[in-house]
Design a protein around this ligand. Structure first.
Ligand code: IPE
Ligand code: IPE
Ligand code: MG
Length: 228
């Protein structure tokens, strides 16, 4: 029986289009990233109300280091400020923070902030906000395969158990904003049977209503997982 009328447990978003949002307004790219952080705040608040158990947001890819030094440093600065200023709200709203990707390789001050935020929200249960930082799916799969090999046979189950997302529900829906139709090295393994949703909306313009619309469409899609 095809599965229909389901609710999403785990949604992931490739938050793209900050630069174009700023360009349209003749603003520097960093203004687009700042507006992007505001969109993140609203979407995180909405995620719990929409019943999501997990929301994974692509914030900085392992390929984003190719950007000019100034933009990389603006993005890291915004990330730090976001973690510091929003941690109390996470605590109040029962949001558990999680970081996926190679975050331990980031600057020591960022690592320290993250460790503190993880510890302070570890007991929260309502929603997990997983932020992908210095994340690349190919790197994640290589790390997981190495860990699996260290324990014995390399099977799909063993690799999956070592992915950064191992403690999250299966990925149901993967959203990308800004009209680009590619995965850009995000959650390649987890997307195997996820539903994909592409919207032209630029990330700073993406609202909780847009997320609700994506979830409505998801609920009406027929998932088959290879069966009939
Ligand atoms: C997404 O917006 C944010 C990050 C990748 C960090 P972009 O900065 O990629 O915006 P565009 O694609 O240039 O519009
Ligand atoms: C993907 O967006 C990464 C994030 C949203 C963090 P990019 O803007 O880096 O992707 P490409 O370069 O257009 O594929
Ligand atoms: Mg982009």
């Amino acid at each position: 029986m095809p599965e229909t009328d389901h609710r999403a447990r785990h949604v992931a978003i490739i938050m793209d289009g900050n630069g174009r949002w700023a360009k349209k307004r003749h603003l520097p790219r960093v203004a687009g990233h700042r507006a992007g952080v505001e969109a993140v705040r609203k979407i995180v608040r909405a995620a719990g109300d929409l019943g999501l158990e997990a929301l994974t947001l692509y914030a900085f890819s392992s390929e984003n280091w190719k950007r000019p030094e100034e933009e990389v440093s603006d993005l890291m600065g915004l990330m730090k400020r976001f973690i510091v200023s929003d941690i109390d709200e996470f605590a109040a709203n029962d949001v558990r923070l999680k970081i996926v990707g190679n975050w331990r390789a980031l600057a020591p001050d960022v690592v320290a902030l993250i460790e503190d935020a993880l510890a302070r929200t570890a007991g929260n249960k309502r929603t997990t906000l997983a932020v992908a930082l210095n994340y690349g799916a190919q790197d994640e799969i290589v790390r997981a395969a190495r860990a699996a090999a260290g324990e014995g046979a390399i099977t799909a189950e063993a690799i999956e158990a070592h992915l950064d997302t191992a403690d999250l529900p299966p990925l149901d829906l993967l959203i990308r904003t800004s009209g680009e139709v590619r995965l850009s090295n995000f959650l390649l393994w987890q997307a195997a049977y996820a539903e994909l949703y592409f919207t032209d909306r630029l990330w700073p313009d993406f609202t909780p209503a847009d997320l609700a619309a994506a979830l409505d469409q998801f609920a009406r899609r027929e998932r088959r997982f290879g069966g009939l």
